[in-house]
Design a protein around this ligand. Structure first.
Ligand SMILES: Cc1cc2nc3c(=O)[nH]c(=O)nc-3n(C[C@H](O)[C@H](O)[C@H](O)COP(=O)(O)OP(=O)(O)OC[C@H]3O[C@@H](n4cnc5c(N)ncnc54)[C@H](O)[C@@H]3O)c2cc1C
Length: 377
């Protein structure tokens, strides 16, 4: 019997679990190590913040999935890998040996420059801590009757979070003041093309989000910008760039220049044939691409196929990530902006499209709910 350890319940591993639930792999014992009993889907988080979804609509429950897949679930975090000894270590003190290891633990947010902020600092990851922090901040704002929020990060996530926050705080506080600033570094939406950046800038202005160019550091009552300007804030949401977990550096696995696990065709580690990785934790050295959920989702089926093939000693299936991806950015009220290969368009139809895609995505992992519905019928 070979042991496959799945580290992290990320997008690609959800697909491995549903593949196993459809048909188990003979001769393979599977263990999932992940710190929470659910996987919150980041694509729906801005819609949840804005008040359009309940949290349970945006989260896949892992326990019913692992039960259906015949997988042992260890609710814990990986804190170390000894690739030479084929061992992982968990925060709870377990050492788990593996024959095959697959990593889908995502990435962290670099908040080092914001640590000195006297305002409530809310890093977007881990999402579990973020959702608890956002709920607490909404309640505190309701009691104060005002809000002064800053979002740091000019990428797609920062834009969506700022617009969702502005919309929700406006709903919550009515005529009370709700100031939202978005600090974007050198430019808004780098890498998305001028048409979408212009459209997003107009939407931010129309919704009352103040866009601030510059780099921010935390200070006693908010943020200090690199040109000396100050932004007073009672909450700072950090949607700054991604960075790898620090324990990867000591794992013995070959890393890409960005510090994430270097993988090649088939999502296999370039240094250790028994190790695979997908999603934000992996960097394809042969076909570099952005760290985004689209790539993590698309890698899922090939990862599942290749883990099964590796366990059976069969050749791996090659996989070429797509070059372009569709982005649908939620913009606060039930509207969205579509970005595809430099083209941009916006409207309520784009929100309905995004909502349909996201709900359909989540429905695949609704194993527990469909069981519950069947038993009620
Ligand atoms: C607000 C927001 C909106 C976004 N919207 C989009 C979008 O619309 N489209 C898009 O393409 N991308 C979007 N992204 C980016 C997207 O979220 C990430 O690229 C995607 O989540 C990466 O998926 P993943 O599977 O690599 O990791 P994750 O989704 O982060 O999953 C990682 C999993 O590993 C677990 N884990 C973490 N650490 C450990 C550990 N030490 N040990 C074990 N388990 C661990 C976590 O609990 C989690 O289950 C958005 C990001 C944010 C923040």
């Amino acid at each position: 019997m070979k042991r496959l350890v799945l580290a992290g319940g990320g997008h690609a591993h959800l697909n491995v679990l549903t593949t196993l639930a459809a048909r188990r792999w003979p001769g393979v014992e599977v263990v999932l190590v992940s710190p929470y009993p659910r996987q919150i889907y980041s694509g729906m988080v801005p819609g949840w913040m804005a008040g359009h979804y309940r949290l349970d609509q945006c989260a896949a429950r892992l326990e019913p999935l692992v039960a259906a897949a015949g997988v042992r679930f260890v609710e814990d975090s990986v804190v170390g890998i000894e690739a030479g000894a084929r061992l992982i270590h968990t925060a709870g003190g377990e050492a788990i040996a593996y024959d095959l290891l697959s990593l889908d633990v995502g990435a962290r947010v670099d908040t080092s420059c914001l640590a000195a902020s006297g305002a409530t600092l809310l890093p977007i990851r881990p999402l579990e801590a973020f959702v608890a922090g956002w709920e607490a901040y909404l309640e505190a704002s309701r009691q104060r009757g005002r809000a002064r929020l800053a979002v740091v990060g000019g990428g797609a996530a920062g834009v969506e979070l700022a617009l969702a926050a502005r919309y929700r705080l406006g709903q919550l506080l009515g005529d009370g003041p709700a100031a939202v600033s978005l600090v974007v570094g050198s430019a808004l939406l780098p890498g998305h093309g001028p048409a979408i950046a212009r459209r997003v800038a107009a939407t931010l202005a129309g919704q009352g989000v103040t866009v601030v160019a510059g780099y921010a550091a935390g200070d006693a009552d908010g943020l200090l910008l690199d040109d000396g300007r100050h932004i007073a804030a009672d909450c700072v949401i950090a949607a700054t760039g991604v960075q790898p977990a620090p324990w990867l550096a000591a794992s013995g696995l070959a890393l890409a220049p960005d510090g994430f696990i270097a993988v090649g065709d088939g999502q296999q580690s370039v240094s250790h044939r028994e190790v695979f990785a997908a999603g934000d934790v992996a960097s394809r050295v042969d076909a570099p691409h952005a760290k985004s959920g689209v790539y993590a989702v698309r890698a899922g089926p090939v990862l599942a196929a290749n883990l099964q093939r590796a366990a059976a000693g069969q050749p791996l299936q090659p996989y070429r990530p797509q070059r372009r991806s569709l982005y649908l950015l939620a913009t606060g009220p039930k509207r969205a902006i579509m970005s595809w290969g430099g083209l941009a368009a916006a409207g309520a139809w784009a929100w309905r499209w995004k909502d349909w895609i996201d709900r359909r995505f989540m429905a695949q992992y609704d194993v527990g709910m469909s069981h519950a519905k069947e038993s009620q019928a």
